[in-house]
Design a protein. Sequence first.
Length: 348
Amino acid sequence: MKRPLKHLHKRTTDKHDFFDALFDDLVVFILSKLSSTASSPSQFINILSTCKRLNRLGLHRLVLSKAGPKVFSIKAKNWSEHVHRFFKLCVNAGNLNACYTLGMIRFYCLKNRASGLSLMAKAAMKSHAQALYSLAVIQFNGSGGTKRDKDLRAGVALCARASLLGHIDALRELGHCLQDGYGVKQNVSEGRRLLVKANALELAFVIRAVTSASPSRSLSTSSVLTWRAVDYTVCPLLSDYGYNVAVPVVQPVNWFMREWFETGPGRVEMVAGLRLCAHIGCGRPETRAHEFRRCSVCGKVNYCSRGCQALDWKLRHKMECSPEEVVGEDNNGGAGGGGVDLGNDDVV
Ligand SMILES: [Zn+2]
Ligand SMILES: [Zn+2]
């Protein structure tokens, strides 16, 4: 066994090592696998700074097109022209995750609405469920325009497409729309059915996450996942079914937006009176004053969507909402609390 190892060592210290002998195609193939499975941006970016050859091949169109969502999970404080350029390279390579993420950042954070919408639409046309859902939220609120730019029917249609692709928030939103007759003909029983289905899908998602994280544990002991940067470790919706499991990790771009508007460059707008969606895992800001729905009971919190409102109600707001704090004025139809049953119209 010793001889081959010695031989190997000798070869790798030679001027022309094994790596040099590998064909570019093979290196690109390996890098594509790496970029699609990287668990953080640095895991991929570090490869690019290793040597000139890896830098050249790492920026190959095929490698960039395969980059997974976690390659784009950057922090708001790390946003720079350099990062923007990297995103653009990935967009040009046809990467849908890059299209969606940069679309959201441009639309909400950089206020380049047209370009942001066009990038999200590019991803949506290729059936990117998150892009479809985000476009739906924009249509429901008339974001980037005036109140008259709201297109509820378009929002419902986009939600329907995203929910067919298994997007749980879109399914929940669609359920609430049907229950309330919002942008679609009211159908309470179908709405309730979709809300129950959304919760069943969420349960399946969490069970998969928990069992893959810790195969030896059962659900009864499964507060094993934590919602990153959030104290709430138990999924409030599933707790209604008697399960004590963690909620899924929030999408990177949603954290990016929350950081951008709470502690980053977007803080100025929040100080100026625009508000963030109160659901901790959303991060969407208002694009004009009084754009979001407000809790009609306390008037203190605002939401970009019915889905966010329902989740936040069960997650924390039902503990905080106080009817005595009524402000009087009601915008956008308002919001409300009360009730605990899943699939119920407890948050209107
Ligand atoms: Zn929201
Ligand atoms: Zn409230």
